[in-house]
Every structure is written in structure tokens, then in C-alpha cells.
Design a protein around this ligand. Sequence first.
Ligand code: 5CA
Length: 439
Amino acid sequence: MRLSAYFMPTLKETPAEAQIVSHRLMLRAGMIRQASAGIYSWLPLGFRVLKRIEQIVREEQDRAGAQELLMPTIQSADLWRQSGRYDAYGPEMLRITDRHEREMLYGPTNEELITEIFKASVKSYRDLPRMLYHIQWKFRDEVRPRFGVMRGREFLMKDNYSFDLDYDGAKRAYNKMFVSYLRTFARMGLKAIPMEAETGPIGGNLSHEFIILADTGESEVFCHRDLVEFDVLATEIDYDADLAPLVDRWTSLYARTDDKHDKAAFEREVPADKRVHRRGIEVGHIFYFGTKYSDPLGALVTTPDGDQVAVHMGSYGIGVSRLVGAVIEASHDDNGIVWPEPVAPFKVGLINLKTADGACSKACEGAYGALREAGAEVLYDDRDVRAGEKFADMDLIGLPWQLVIGPRGLDKGVVELKRRRDGAREEISLESALARLTG
Ligand code: 5CA
């Protein structure tokens, strides 16, 4: 992509309305634009990151054996009346009436609808277990939408729903999601710690929130320091194997959100030098709630003995759009965003220091073509603006690599390769730089 033709409306000034760094940087980098309170348009740069994150979430759901489908954003109120949540959900739910005076709503979550879909076709234990998920926009009329995409009213969520014959089966599904969440967040360069949590309006009695430690997080959390050190991606996961030992390893150490915190237990179980008391961002939340929805909605299956039982369910959410902000909270510096490579909107920022110089532009065009040919995503700053502005914009948008080509370097046969993460610069030949970026 050529920056001269790219729609990336960066801002020089820090927007006054943004209270936290991720919101400020997303606005300044031209990633999002507010449409109304808590509702955002995703501009090309932000949209690329959103899609990257969504794809990692999808791959890890699929790997764990879940199947993707797509449910609508608008749902019928009747279904929610059957579960009893139409009234219980309160003012957070956006209620809509169609032209026939039928009551509808913009889904804040999908337990009822998926249960209804499941029940229409599954009647026997032979069709279990199943895990079905979608990645779809949700609406919650939050009292205080804030921090940009971190607490929006409209936001993108991955929600997965598991169906099993009994508690043991449901716990196996829960463990699969538990482990797949660890992998999902680690692949984005994030350290997310599972913590015992309250279940709120989703319900049930077993629940973990996945929390990223960050001072700007909305949750107050308490955990054992060793959890922060666990290496997640080091082991390959076999989702057909018994995952309980792995889940036990994570859940044996103290980790709780504020609502579940027990000061005495924390001090008893965790040595003083291992106590972590910080703030965190909830990027995922998993629930086991048994027959809370299958009972009232009549989602029954026959057991091997011929009995009819309500199916055991769990639901598993990931805040896909919130993650864009969360990654920035976890990875930035004074100059801007520092994208971890797996979620970066482009891998390389190519800077042409002198567009008026024929030899320089020729070298840049060659590099641009070679990178694209090799499948490396590149944003080429071919604009006719000062070098300082190019450097500042490139640091702001945080691409992992900057390839800087100028006439003076070319005379010496070198270009500059800068790694955004630590600012490390190297002067090397263009060929070596290209080999490095495409290798
Ligand atoms: N049905 C369940 C799980 S599928 C559910 O809705 N869980 S939830 O309420 O915990 O939401 C799942 C995830 O969505 C949260 O962990 C959080 O990362 C994200 N989320 C929730 N509310 C918002 C919001 N207002 N803005 C952005 N992300 C949100």
C-alpha cells in the first residue's frame, strides 16, 4: 500500500476526550473514528488490526474443535422472555420495535438464540458434544461507555457455546476453551491470566476471566506472581487428550478478580513477595452454567438409557474489538504504538527519504515490489513530506520494521533497517535488508 493513496487520517494533536493511551493512539493513528458515544467506525488501518485479531481467535477456536456459524445481530424478544432474561437484562439491552409492532432487540449475547438453533435439530446424546461459535457485533447500552473501543456500546465479540450430556462433558469443553484462550492471547503477544470471576447476567457457578495486567484496566485483580511467568506456547496442545492437569496447574495458584477476592485466603496462600495486586483488562470470559438456558427453552436430548435430560452448556466470550485497545495498552512507548508482529497492520514501513531523487525512488520502488512479491505486507511512505514527519508517523503507527532508504545511504551502498520494538538500527545492503524481512 502506498501511503500517498492510503486513507490514514493521523492527528498531530492529542485528542482531549481520550483518557487512556490506547484510545489516544488509536485516534492519533487514524485507526478509528467515533460515530456516537461508544460506537466507532473502523478506518482502514484499524480494520486491518481488527481482522488480524479476529483471525487468530478463529484459528484457535477451530483448532480446539469449535465450528463457526453466524447468527444475526437482531433477535426476537419472545426468545428472551422464555429464558426470563428479557426483563432481567434491564436498560443495557437495546430494544427495538419493527413496523408490525413486534418487539426485537440488538443482541448483547446469544445464549437463547444458539440454544434455540441447537434444540431444533439435536435430539440424541449421539450428536454430542458440540461447540458452536460466531464472531459478531453486540450492543450493550453501557452506562458509561469509555476508553474508546475498550468499553464500547457496540463491540465485536467471539462467543462460543458448548453442548454436552452431563457435567463431566461440559467440564471437558470448558477445559478446551480455557487452554485455547491461553494460546489465543499468547499468539497476540499478550500475557492473559485466568482468574476466578463472578458470572453476572450470564449466570452459572464456574467462571474465569482472562485478564491482561495494565494500570489502565477497569478490574482490580489479585494473583500469584508465578502465573505471570508461565510459558504458554512452549507446549503443543492435543485437544483430545485430558486437559485437566494443565488447567489444574493454572487454577491451583491464587488468581481472583475483585468480586471474588478473599484477603485472608490471598495472604494465607501466597507468600508476601509473590503477591500481585494490580489492575487488569478483561479480554475473555468463560462460563459453565449447566441447564440454565436448556431447561426453560426445552433443549432436551435422550441419554443412552432412553431418558430425556436438559443439555449442559457453557459459553465462552472474547472481546475482539477490545483486544485492539488492550494490545496497545500492553505495547507502546512515548512515540506511539509498538505492534507485536502477529497483529500488526503491515509488517514493514518503507520510508523514501527523498522522493524527488530519481535513484532513491527507483530503489524504493524496487524494494516495494520485492517485498510484496515475497508476501511481506508493506506500507510505502512515498509522500512528498519532510523526513521528520515520515519518521514520526511511522513510529506512531508502530509497524514492526522500518526500512529507510535515502540518497546518502545509497551512495555508500546501504539502507537502514530499524526494529520498532527496541529502536535497534542497522546499516546494511538493500539485499540483506530484503532477505531479513522476507526470510
Ligand atoms: N455470553 C458470554 C460469553 S460468550 C458473554 O457475553 N460474556 S461477557 O459478557 O463476559 O463478554 C465477553 C467479552 O466481551 C468480555 O470478556 C470482554 O472482553 C468483551 N466485552 C464485554 N463488554 C464489552 C464492551 N462494552 N466493550 C468491549 N468489549 C466488551
